[in-house]
Design a protein around this ligand. Structure first.
Ligand code: PCA
Length: 326
């Protein structure tokens, strides 16, 4: 994780000066995932860092678990200034711009090192698109690799045919369709109930979300697949950002660098811990069978071709640069 913390020191040093003159403000920060989730924990530390760094001139109040806005509504709420800041999974908005799904292209970046490499390449183009949508990007943290959850043993896709499969973005929904399952979009905050009532019978997600939502109460199998590593993004309304004084911006930037660094670490640490916890709570965990893995790779190729078609030249450039950096 080659990140620098020098901005943080600079930011905090400048901030103490400005805090006295700035007008005290509170920004509400909606987050879709539960308070105990590592992204939400990182967001909470970020909020405390900004609040402390500005001497309370800018207080950031977090609202985890979709309590202020559900995940799907958070981006629009920030863009339109209903809130000034929020955290959201951008691949959930791939229908607006295919590039938002760069982090959910199957089997492109499946390790933390590759996820970071891909992010370094995609960050510039993505920030430009966000700016056109009145959004300013502060930091981004990946989820652990995505595996398959089911309420039964699945050795080939035939075993999963017709199952209701919980989706959280276009890639997870498309994977379900191509695998012969029925995608249902459900926020993470609602999945425990969805699995308990049979509204969904499987999903693609990380060990982390399965652990957070105690899915062992309804599901029995987790297959490590490392399909992709989607990211959450801390976003600020661009007008609100532009209205901040330089010292406050410096604090925010410094806290963002620290948050991204800490969030990356949490994600790495959480990977093994959470999959172990699934096992301890009675789920069967392990790699997918060779046959299932091959079926998923074929689906991945179709999805990659579809994404490249939708993302055009910009998408191809990102993939080419990523492959050249391997
Ligand atoms: N958890 C989130 C997105 C990716 C992940 O691992 C979810 O299931 O909603």
């Amino acid at each position: 994780m080659p990140k620098t913390l020098t901005n943080l020191a600079a930011g905090v040093a400048v901030a103490t000066v400005s805090a006295v003159t700035a007008q005290a403000e509170t920004w509400d920060l909606p987050m879709a995932y539960s308070a105990t989730n590592f992204h939400s924990a990182t967001g909470a530390i970020f909020a405390e860092c900004v609040t402390a760094g500005t001497g309370g001139a800018l207080t950031i109040q977090t609202h985890p678990g979709g309590s202020l806005y559900a995940g799907a509504e958070i981006k629009r709420a920030i863009q339109t200034g209903q809130v000034n800041i929020g955290e959201r999974l951008l691949s959930g908005h791939q229908n607006e711009n295919a590039l938002f799904g760069f982090d959910s292209v199957p089997f492109l970046a499946t390790s933390f090192a590759d996820s970071e490499k891909l992010w370094d390449i995609a960050k510039g183009p993505l920030s430009e698109i966000l700016a056109e949508q009145n959004l300013h990007l502060l930091y981004s943290v990946p989820w652990p690799g995505q595996g398959l959850y089911f309420d039964r043993e699945v050795n080939t896709l035939a075993d999963a045919e017709g199952l209701k499969f919980r989706a959280y973005n276009s890639a997870s929904a498309r994977m379900a369709e191509l695998a012969g399952m029925l995608p249902v979009q459900i926020e993470a905050a609602e999945i425990s109930q969805a699995f308990a009532t049979g509204v969904a019978q499987g999903m693609v997600s990380s060990g982390s979300t399965g652990y957070d939502r105690k899915v062992w109460e309804s599901l029995s199998h987790y297959y490590g697949v490392d399909a992709w590593m989607p990211r959450n993004y801390m976003l600020v309304n661009l007008d609100a950002w532009n209205d901040l004084d330089d010292a406050t911006k410096a604090v925010m930037n410094g806290c963002a660098v620290a948050a991204e660094y800490a969030g990356d670490w949490r994600s790495i640490q959480y990977t093994e811990f959470t999959v172990n916890e699934l096992g301890k709570n009675g789920m069967t965990t392990g790699p997918a069978s060779e046959e299932l893995a091959a079926e998923l790779r074929a689906i991945g190729e179709t999805m990659t071709a579809e994404w490249l078609e939708a993302a055009g030249e910009e998408g191809q450039k990102i993939v080419d640069a990523f492959k050249a950096a391997q």
